[in-house]
Design a protein around this ligand. Structure first.
Ligand SMILES: *Cc1c(COP(=O)(O)O)cnc(C)c1O
Length: 480
């Protein structure tokens, strides 16, 4: 006994180092605050993209302990000065990220207090916050409060959850897999095809519905395809529409698609990962019909400017959502029955998870919704401004987008694709603002995706200056 007690004292002397005393905690927070303040204060002047393809050798975990100051210096040079600075307003590539400060505070709070947000029994309060955030989302999209929902890591996992529910409700298994038909747009985000593959539906028939000149699904063609497939003895069961495509910012005709899906008894899923929160803006009417979806996904880490790691899925048919995810295990008998309906773990492949709801709940309570809406309206206007300025400079631009993503190219006299690729390279080498490229209608184009909360008029002017300089460089080389 004495020996055990002696050993425990010895171990405690070392293990208690993990529970940092108050003085040290305050010092850490103060050091971190200093770093973060500096980071945010300089972010508008710093470049948004550092081209870098090398692996870092400085990040190795070795036996040598380091101070927080040393580690932040390392973090700055090895992480924050490589690649895309996603929290910068100059991130206009892919779909930009966010990173509002108050969501970071919520994450710190959630991490240090660490409530278990997977199961109602374990932390009724944390789960109530998760569900309150979901209820708030249901209101925004006019979903019934009885709908199931989950806060996942992002749009991809949310899609996985939604499409699994559709699969199970329509019993697409065994011999039905090769007869099942899914209707998509060519512009659908690749996470949809990926989710289908992951959930064992790699062999379903996929029909790409023709698009109109604004890259929106043609509802009449969709209907025709479904009728034909049914007549051929196939089993159409799922339509995936987008409320804001990644490449073109297009919103499919949701209302028409909703009535087609009803008439033919299909599951109607809407991918609103990028565009969903624009329903809070002057673009509201574009979203008519979204309330009729069977499921939808939306990414608060995009349209609510949160740090990466928060997507949401809403599913009207609770039972379909529970069917594929609910659990029961012997060591969890304290946590079943009534709580089944409320626990996040029943609507997700995850059991233990980060308490994600707090990072949306806390900023919403602190700021109110108005700054978020103003920020979204601002992005729409900035996109219009950017496009007009590009046209004035002789660039070609894609069709007027429904939201804040568009694209452009320069009409070089010859080798247009090749030269625009060079232009893209020059822009990346410059890095003041980050843009990405795509291929749309077989043409190489440069995209502009405006959704970062720090993107302002001055950012777009900076982007234009950078584009001017880069174009000049290509034209000069062309002359040589
Ligand atoms: C970003 C995005 C996704 C994927 O979401 P993640 O959060 O990256 O997993 C799906 N669909 C659309 C339209 C998106 O923009």
């Amino acid at each position: 006994m004495q020996d055990i007690i002696r050993q425990l004292h010895e171990l405690n002397a070392v293990s208690s180092l993990l529970d940092v005393p108050e003085k040290e905690r305050s010092a850490y927070i103060s050091t971190l605050t200093g770093y973060l303040n500096h980071f945010i204060n300089q972010i508008d002047e710093a470049i948004s993209f550092h081209e870098c393809a090398e692996h870092s050798t400085a990040l190795r975990i070795d036996q040598e302990k380091k101070s927080l100051e040393q580690l932040l210096t390392l973090y700055q040079s090895e992480v924050m000065e490589k690649g895309i600075i996603a929290s910068s307003g100059g991130h206009l590539g892919y779909i930009p990220g966010g990173g509002i400060f108050t969501a970071g505070l919520a994450d710190l709070l959630a991490a240090v207090t660490n409530p278990y947000a997977g199961v109602f029994f374990a932390s009724p309060g944390a789960v109530d916050i998760e569900n309150e955030v979901l209820n708030w989302l249901k209101k925004i999209f006019s979903f019934p409060q009885t709908a199931a929902g989950n806060l996942a890591s992002g749009g991809s996992v949310s899609t996985l959850i939604a499409l699994t529910a559709a699969r199970d409700k329509y019993e697409i298994k065994n011999e039905f897999i090769t007869k099942g038909v899914v209707y998509l747009s060519e512009q659908v985000h690749h996470s949809t095809q990926k989710a289908l593959r992951i959930i064992g539906l790699g062999d379903v028939v996929i029909r790409y519905v023709p698009l109109d000149e604004k890259h929106r699904m043609k509802a009449a063609d969709l209907k025709e395809l479904i009728v034909k497939d049914k007549a051929a003895g196939l089993k159409p069961f799922l339509i995936v529409a987008s409320a804001g495509t990644t490449d073109t910012g297009a919103i499919d005709p949701l209302e028409e698609i909703a009535s087609i899906s009803k008439a033919h008894d299909l599951w109607f899923h809407v991918d609103a990962a990028y565009g969903g929160f624009f329903i809070l803006t002057s673009k509201k009417d574009f979203f008519k019909g979204i309330e009729q979806a069977d499921s939808l996904i939306v990414d608060p880490h995009k349209g609510m400017f949160l740090p990466y790691g928060l997507g949401a899925v809403l599913i009207k048919d609770r039972n379909a959502a529970l069917y594929s995810n609910q659990y029961s295990a012997n060591y969890m008998h304290d946590a079943i029955d009534e709580e089944m309906l409320y626990s996040p773990a029943n609507v997700s492949p995850e059991l233990t998870k980060h308490f994600r709801g707090l990072r949306l709940w806390l900023p919403l309570q602190l700021h109110g919704i108005e700054p978020f809406i103003a920020c979204l309206e601002e992005k729409l206007l900035l996109c219009t401004y950017f496009r007009e300025k590009l046209v004035q400079r002789g660039f070609k631009v894609g069709p007027v987008p429904d939201l804040s993503v568009s694209y452009f190219w320069y009409p070089f006299k010859e080798d247009t694709d090749e030269k625009n690729k060079q232009l893209m390279k020059a822009i990346h080498a410059d890095g003041r603002v980050f843009l990405s490229s795509s291929v749309i209608d077989q043409r190489f184009v440069i995209r502009i995706a405006i959704l970062a909360f720090r993107t302002k008029l001055s950012t777009i002017d900076r982007a234009l200056q950078m584009i001017d300089d880069s174009l000049e460089k290509i034209i000069r080389e062309e002359g040589n």
